[in-house]
Design a protein. Structure first.
Length: 242
């Protein structure tokens, strides 16, 4: 599961990095502790090539178009790639509303790492500090009562691989640049194409160039948003299981 992440990049740099135009002026400021229901930027394709792109914003936590209220959002921040094409909450967005969610780094809490205490938070990022392009989906929900529109999004997760396996059993789907256009093509997918996409994002070296280190429990409080949250800490004997 990915429940908190960091984004430290300007709107101008997002434009350059993802070759996209800004459609939504409300690009959020740097936040080192993005939590569910926070307004986040995402990149979507505007044509079937996926090469014409725009930057928009969404509330993190997907609300399906058929939902009667917004209560599902906090429970739908992540979509499991293994079931995304079947789950009623996610399958419509997966077929035709795929996006990239820019991430500077994300946090995970240890569940299986015997060297550290359970729930020890870690910060995971690219070794060169470049952005990670995380696969996502988005939806445009209409509130049945107010008739107001709300764009919401979810991050797609997969089974963990490589160096991250000792920390947690899940990780976000991180797409290399050569797969961006294919992922962002906005045509609806046939059953065969769905299988092709699921195979495409099963990247064997998904941990390539990633690094991680333990960070303070301060990240547990969503009101803390500064860069010190991602600073490495020392975990001594008092932080081990044995």
């Amino acid at each position: 599961m990915c429940g908190r992440y960091a984004l430290n990049i300007s709107g101008e740099d997002l434009v350059l990095e993802f070759a996209a135009g800004i459609k939504d002026a409300a690009i959020t400021a740097s936040n080192w502790n993005i939590s569910p229901t926070t307004l986040i930027p995402f990149i979507n394709g505007e044509d079937e090539s996926g090469q014409v792109r725009s930057i928009n914003t969404a509330s993190w936590g997907l609300i399906p178009i058929w939902a009667k209220d917004a209560s599902r959002a906090s429970n739908a921040i992540n979509a499991r790639v293994e079931s995304i094409s079947e789950k009623p909450t996610f399958r419509s967005a997966f077929k035709s509303r795929r996006c990239l969610i820019p991430v500077t780094g994300y946090y995970e809490w240890a569940t299986e790492l015997g060297k550290y205490k359970p729930k020890q938070p870690f910060y995971i990022s690219h070794k060169n500090k470049s952005s990670l392009a995380v696969a996502g989906i988005y939806e445009n929900w209409i509130n049945p009562q107010s008739k107001e529109s709300l764009t919401t999004a979810a991050i797609i997760t997969r089974e963990v691989v490589g160096i991250l396996a000792p920390i947690h059993h899940r990780m976000p789907v991180i797409l290399p640049k050569d797969l961006w256009s294919t992922w962002l093509s906005n045509k609806s997918l046939s059953p065969d194409e769905i299988n092709d996409y699921l195979n495409m994002i099963d990247i064997k070296e998904a941990d390539k160039d990633l690094v991680f280190w333990p960070v303070s429990d301060d990240v547990n409080n969503a009101r803390n948003t500064g860069p010190t949250l991602a600073q490495e800490i020392s975990v001594g004997e008092s932080g081990t299981l044995f």
